[in-house]
Structure formats: structure tokens, C-alpha cells
Design a protein around this ligand. Sequence first.
Ligand code: ATP
Length: 291
Amino acid sequence: MRYGDQDVLAGVDFDVVAGETVALLGPNGAGKTTTIEVLEGFRHRSAGHVAVLGVDPWHGDDRWRSRIGVVMQSWRDHPKWRVRELLAYQASLYAPFVPAGASRPWGVDDLLAALNLDGLADAQIRTLSGGQRRRLDIAVGLVGRPEIVFLDEPTASLDPRARRDFLALIQRVGDDLGSTILMTTHDLAEAEELADRILILVGGQVIATGTSKELTDQIAGHDRVRWAVDGQRHEESTGDSTAFARDLFSRYGEQVHELEVRRASLEDAYLSIVQAAEHDTPPGDIEEKAA
Ligand SMILES: Nc1ncnc2c1ncn2[C@@H]1O[C@H](COP(=O)(O)OP(=O)(O)OP(=O)(O)O)[C@@H](O)[C@H]1O
């Protein structure tokens, strides 16, 4: 994808298997929204090959579109419509394309309840708070029970309970409906909880892919161990925190206090991988220096 003479996506190459939940992570401006918009058919790529459900998204027709659901980063329209009215209208757009015997679209009341929006069914959209509006955006993306759902930062502006409801709903959409999910997020706990696989995009390139554990293992050797002996606090990195603790106790016995082991998290791995890509060094080196 190129704007003017600037390539904003180059070397983005990945497959997503049917039924997979994939999280696209990356710093601001990395190209996540652009990638998703190309896949949704909203942006015309400058070059390259893209297929979604076997179709080039730029040439996707209404039948193809009825098989995908989209939650964009932000959209504002229909301010005077009521919540139930908008959802029912969106659901009606899918109706002509329902395959025989399939239970699509989603029942509007069920979906409102799942997103805890039932109390707002008759509210005008312009009266919703940012987080309520976000929940409606999510409902609009899911109402067609799509085979693939694209979600661009779906939980930005959700309160903790709404975020919990969303995570449960997306898990249900993935498990019960078998939908394929591609989402962007800056929330690493969310990616860890939902995603079968994570792609990290930096500077318009996919620089790492794997499960949360595979990415975290890339910076193995970075567990942090903290302890105190004689009131003196200590902290070290280690690849084997169990052996480290055993050695600590064999040397200092009961003098060891306040022992704390912190395993490398997805956030540590993400920061290390992104910083390494930005500085062109292997993951881990930067973290070591920072530590
Ligand atoms: N219409 C446009 N014209 C020119 N440049 C654009 C346009 N849209 C996006 N860009 C540029 O493309 C790059 C990727 O933007 P994109 O919105 O895809 O990033 P992102 O990873 O989704 O960022 P964020 O996390 O901030 O949402 C940025 O450098 C941005 O400035």
C-alpha cells in the first residue's frame, strides 16, 4: 500500500486459517488499520495479492460482503436513529443472502443483551456515551453472524465490565459460530486472552508471528528475580528462575526475604521485539540494556 511516494505496507504476507482468531499488534502508524481496510475492501491496494474467502476484497460483491462483519475504528452516522432500529436495519441487509437452513442474522434482542445494550434499545444513537456507541459498533459488526469479523481496536473506550462482556462475546463468536476473527488492539492482555496467533507489524512489515507463548519464548532468559538479604534488595535476570531460587536458598538459606519472580510477559516480548526491529538488533539485547 502506497500513499504518494510513501510505502506504508510492504512485505505484509500472512494466511489466516478458517476459525482462527488473530490479533494484529503494532505501534501507532505501523499500518494495522490500513491492512484491515485492504482486507475489508475499503482501501484499494497499490500492488500485491489479497484473497478473503477466496475473493479479491476490492472486487467483493454484496454476497461476499454479507459473509464478513466489520467494526471500524470509528464511524459516526444515523444520529437520530434508535439503537434497535439501526441494528434491525443492518440485520435486514443480510437477510437476502442467508443460505438455506442457516440461522443468520443474529436476533437483535439477543445481541443487545449480549452487549448489555438492552436498556438502551430505544435510545437515539446521538445520546450514547463513547463506550455505549462502541458496543453498538460491535453489535453492527456481528449482527450478520459473519464468517469473518474484522475488528479495529474494538475495546478502545470500553469500561472494564464492557471489556469483559466483549471478550466473552468474541470467545462465543469464535467458538460457537466458528467465525474467523482478525482484530487490532493495543491491549496485550486482550490479545493474549483471545488470540490463537499474534502478528506484530512494525513500519508496514510483519516482523513476528506466533502464539503468545512462542513470542514470549523469544525473549526467554528474561525472568526477573527480586529478593532481599540483610535488608539489602537485589534484582537479576535469569533464564531459569527455579534453579536461580534454589541456588539463592542454598547460599543464604533463611536470610532470603521478599522473593519475587516475574516471568517475561507478552508485553515484555512485544516491547523487546518492536524495539529490536526499530533498532535493527536481535530481540532481548535492548531489554538487557534497558534492565
Ligand atoms: N489516507 C492516507 N494518506 C496518506 N497516509 C496515510 C493515509 N492513511 C494512513 N496513512 C499513513 O499510513 C501509515 C499507517 O497508518 P495506519 O492507520 O494503518 O496505522 P495503525 O497501525 O492502524 O495506527 P494506530 O495504532 O495509530 O491506529 C501511517 O504512517 C499513516 O500516516
